[in-house]
Design a protein around this ligand. Structure first.
Ligand SMILES: [Zn+2]
Length: 611
């Protein structure tokens, strides 16, 4: 291939957001704010999860990669390539090695994992997910692989493994293939390149190594009507997708591959990346069965960003006949024995008046071991000791409410985890602290993390529901959306259904030792039901919650913000707008949010409609 003109360089954009340490320092992450229990609910579950926002890949070693196939470390050049090109390639490799500052340099395990589709998915749809696993960011490749896998489960069963393990003819067994290219010059088996070029099945290819595919094809540009040009590392804060302006974190320095479309009858732009100066280039290109996205839309995801475009594009590959449908969900959050029964009844009355089914997240034991809210005297009581709360919960059920189990105590022992040990303020299945900058920092699994610990807490909570005369919940929500991989697997065995945003850890998909480090875990929310890599059906929560006041570096979130998020989510053809709400906020914000979402054409449904 001919030489491509170099793109402008952005000297200052060095690895910004490229590695986990940076990503975790991003604002818009941390958690709970409440300093008193009244505002404990402010401890938005989702806010904590966003601290685990997955980083972008490192900035590419070269903005215009050398077009070549990389096979197990060998540089295999096409006949037309010159020694100059070879030397350039070698420099690329060396530069890449020099630039990387790995935490580890292990090669990921290569186990093949499989999973079933989400409830309601097509039993004949099977997706092959391939991800990169080599180099210092192999763990990141697996994180991306997990995120892709979780999403494709919405459509059917899946198989996932590192791309390096691909065998000739493998993709013929699947309905479609999703490849996440996150390691620059990952050695990709020629068999995979050949099969992608030959197949008529949908292929979704993200980011890196498209140059290996074009190198393997004698006539890529002729056949597909476009070719890649080079990474554009301009600041891109917006992606336009089917008439919706979606956001993108402008600090993402991984770049987006730019394209030259030579035949517009074959190659169609899939969304437009909008640079800071207003100029645009294709965010992705679809030609025939091949959809190529110039970036990995999993980094720094928010409720209204281009992750939604990817979530919608999967319908084209995996369920193209899907009709538009927009459903909404609301979950009443952090309801414990300390709840105000009148507030619960008011919420139920309002929602039923709008014919809105809802879910109630209940913890059954209230603890304040340090007496933070009780003049220094410890408090500890359960639902059955608060009959008025129990009767309010039954009233909520009579008005369309479904109770789920939101942990047992929603705090941990007498620890400040991270705040004060008071129920609904603190984490129960993960450790965290507040740092000097007033940010909530995850620390990792709890001290006695085990299946036995989770089971004991769930068993104790079940006993409290029983003794309060309430039916056993069939859905679980980990407090503050945080637990270890072991905990999630245990929760799956006990419930099978969660209603949350999950945390995912390298090793879960590849079958290696699970890497519990918070630097490598990722949080993910979903715009539709999935069955995640832990095997659980996950009922989605994807647009957040009302926060009338800023806390822990988070801005206030008002009904208009949630409605705007819901509007962006209309970009997903069969997606949801799902939020949660604290009853102590009264019904005014709830009314504005519910009616704003209904005004967009959404129909509220019960959690059971999702699973
Ligand atoms: Zn909670």
């Amino acid at each position: 291939m001919s030489k491509r003109s170099p793109l402008r360089l952005v000297a200052t954009a060095v690895l910004a957001g490229a590695i986990a340490a940076t990503a975790h320092a991003l604002p818009g992450s941390a958690a709970p704010g409440a300093r008193d229990h009244r505002w404990a609910g402010t401890t938005g579950e989702y806010a904590t999860a966003s601290q685990s926002s997955v980083p972008a890949p490192p900035r590419p070693a070269k903005l215009v990669p050398s077009e070549r196939v990389v096979t197990t470390g060998q540089l295999k050049l096409r006949a037309a390539d010159s020694w100059g090109s070879l030397l350039s390639s070698l420099r690329t490799v060396l530069t890449g090695l020099a630039a990387a500052k790995p935490a580890t340099t292990t090669t990921a395990a290569t186990k093949t994992s499989t999973g079933a589709g989400a409830p309601g998915s097509n039993p004949s749809t099977k997706t092959l997910v391939l991800y990169d696993s080599t180099g210092p960011y192999g763990w990141l490749g697996e994180d991306y692989g997990m995120m892709a896998t979780n999403l494709v489960s919405h459509f059917g069963a899946w198989t996932a493994h590192p791309v390096g393990g691909y065998t000739a003819g493998e993709l013929a067994k699947y309905s479609a293939v999703v490849y996440v290219g996150s390691t620059y010059d990952e050695p990709i088996p020629a068999a995979f390149l050949d099969d992608v070029l030959a197949t008529s099945k949908p292929v979704v290819w993200m980011y890196d190594n498209i140059w290996q595919l074009t190198a393997r094809s004698a006539d890529f540009a002729t056949k597909y009507g476009y070719t890649w040009k080079g990474f554009d590392v301009s600041s891109v804060a917006r992606v336009n997708y089917k008439g919706t302006a979606l956001t993108r974190d402008a600090r993402n320095a991984g770049g987006i591959m730019d394209y030259a479309i030579s035949d517009a009858t074959k190659a169609v732009s899939v969304g437009e990346a909008v640079r800071a100066d207003g100029t645009k280039f294709p965010w992705g290109v679809k030609s025939g069965n091949l959809t190529y996205l110039g970036e990995i839309p999993f980094s720094y995801i928010t409720s209204n960003d281009r992750y939604l475009a990817f979530s919608d594009l999967l319908f084209d590959a995996l369920a193209p006949q899907t009709a538009a449908r927009h459903r909404a969900l609301v979950r009443i959050e952090d309801v414990g024995p300390d709840a105000d029964p009148a507030e619960l009844r008011a919420i139920a009355d309002y929602l039923s008046s709008r014919k809105v089914p809802f879910t109630v997240a209940v913890y059954s034991r209230y603890r304040d071991p340090k007496g933070v809210n009780n003049n220094g005297k410890a408090e500890d009581y359960t639902l059955r000791q608060r009959p008025l709360v129990v009767s309010a919960l039954k009233y909520m059920q009579s008005k369309g409410g479904t109770l789920l189990m939101h942990g047992y105590t929603h705090q941990l022992d007498a620890l400040n985890n991270p705040y004060d040990g008071v129920s609904a303020n603190d984490f129960e299945f993960f450790r965290a602290h507040v740092d000097a900058n007033d940010a909530v920092i995850y620390d990792g699994p709890v001290k006695n993390d085990s299946a036995a610990n989770v089971t004991a807490r769930v068993t104790a909570a079940r006993a409290e529901f029983l003794m309060a005369g309430l039916n056993q919940p069939t859905i679980f929500e980990p407090p503050h959306y945080a637990a270890s991989a072991l905990d999630y697997k245990t929760i799956n065995s006990l419930f099978g259904v969660r209603y949350d945003r999950g945390l995912y850890f390298p090793g879960v998909l590849s079958g290696g030792t699970v890497d519990n480090s918070v630097a490598h875990m990722v949080g993910q929310f979903f715009p539709y039901t999935v069955r995640d890599v832990y095997g659980s059906t996950v009922i989605p929560e994807n647009i957040g919650n009302i926060e009338p006041e800023p806390f822990n570096q988070h801005p206030a979130v008002l009904p208009a913000d949630l409605v705007a998020n819901a509007k962006a989510n209309l970009a997903v053809r069969d997606g949801v707008a799902s939020f949660f709400y604290h009853p102590f906020l009264g019904t005014s914000y709830l009314k504005q949010t519910v009616e704003g979402i209904q005004g967009l054409g959404y129909t509220f449904v019960a959690a059971s409609a999702m699973s």
